[in-house]
Design a protein around this ligand. Structure first.
Ligand SMILES: C[S@@+](CC[C@H](N)C(=O)[O-])C[C@H]1O[C@@H](n2cnc3c(N)ncnc32)[C@H](O)[C@@H]1O
Length: 261
């Protein structure tokens, strides 16, 4: 741009030199702003067809942060369960995972085994459904990257590949490729999520629930935890009793991937 200005200045009087210079500066600014806008839009859109067919327009980081701030306490609570039904490549889920991991670091950075355990609790609390397989896979990889980067930085030489496998497995179970309207996975099976609960210090208990049942129960008027509404109403105690479709024995949190499905 500077070169173009210099070229335009040759052979003109001083008044028009100033006018040309101002015009070029304004033109440069307009072109640069347009380039910035189109670069940021191109990050939010992959193709016109995908926008038309799937409504795929990603949310800018600024809006993601502002929206998460509306429910700040929940996004920072390590074990608050979050489900995004059209998660794309994970803009919201990555931000929430980052916030939860900051809380883990704040509370447990001095104790490596606690840091590891609660970072896996944070991982296990994040759920997503996404229609397109490439987005779903990108989302899993991205979330694993967020966790692994924080895990490696905080744990130094105390990291374990078995724990990394556990984190990968949980993301594989929690981020599903499916249709949030029909509540079916890509292969036609119902969407089934696993509830992971920390029991007896270092053990994780897994219980699987159908998303359709959980939403049905929620429609009947229950509130609160995603998994507590799945089941039938118990008149005697006046509450919904959760009924998983399958329950697993507790296992060390770093070995959840070893349980046979
Ligand atoms: C507007 S984008 C938002 C993505 C992400 N939540 C974000 O804010 O960056 C909508 C996403 O929903 C997905 N999608 C569209 N219909 C869906 C459906 N029925 N079930 C699940 N995901 C769906 C699209 O593939 C797309 O990735």
């Amino acid at each position: 741009m500077f070169g173009m200005c210099m070229y335009a200045l040759i052979g003109t009087d001083s008044k028009s030199i100033l006018a040309i210079f101002v015009n070029y500066v304004v033109l440069c600014l307009v072109i640069e702003m347009a380039m910035c806008y189109s670069a940021s839009m191109s990050k939010l859109i992959k193709s016109k067809d995908r926008v038309a067919d799937f409504g795929e327009v990603f949310t800018h980081e600024r809006e993601v942060k502002a929206m998460c701030d509306l429910v700040k306490d929940e996004t920072e609570r390590i074990d608050s369960r979050v489900l995004e039904p059209a998660c794309g490549d994970g803009n919201f889920l990555a931000e929430i995972l980052n916030r939860k991991l900051s809380t883990v670091k704040f509370r447990y950075s001095k104790n490596h085994s606690d840091y590891e355990k609660y970072s896996i609790v944070a991982v296990s609390s994040i759920y997503g459904v996404e229609l397109l397989e490439d987005n779903a896979q990108h989302c899993r990889d991205r979330l694993f990257g967020v966790w692994n980067e924080a895990y490696s930085r905080n744990m130094g030489k105390d990291t374990s590949d078995e724990c990394r496998e556990a984190a990968r497995y949980i993301f594989h179970r929690n981020i599903l490729c499916g249709d949030a309207l029909s509540l079916l996975q890509k292969d036609g099976r119902p969407i089934i999520f696993s509830e992971w609960s920390l029991v007896a210090g270092i053990m994780f208990k897994r219980r699987d629930f159908e998303l359709a049942t959980m939403l049905e129960m929620q429609d009947l008027g229950t509130q609160g935890d995603l998994f507590l509404s799945s089941g039938s109403f118990d008149k005697e105690i006046g509450a919904y009793i959760p009924q998983p479709i399958i329950e697993y024995k507790p296992i060390e949190y770093w070995r959840v991937q070893c349980q046979i499905e």
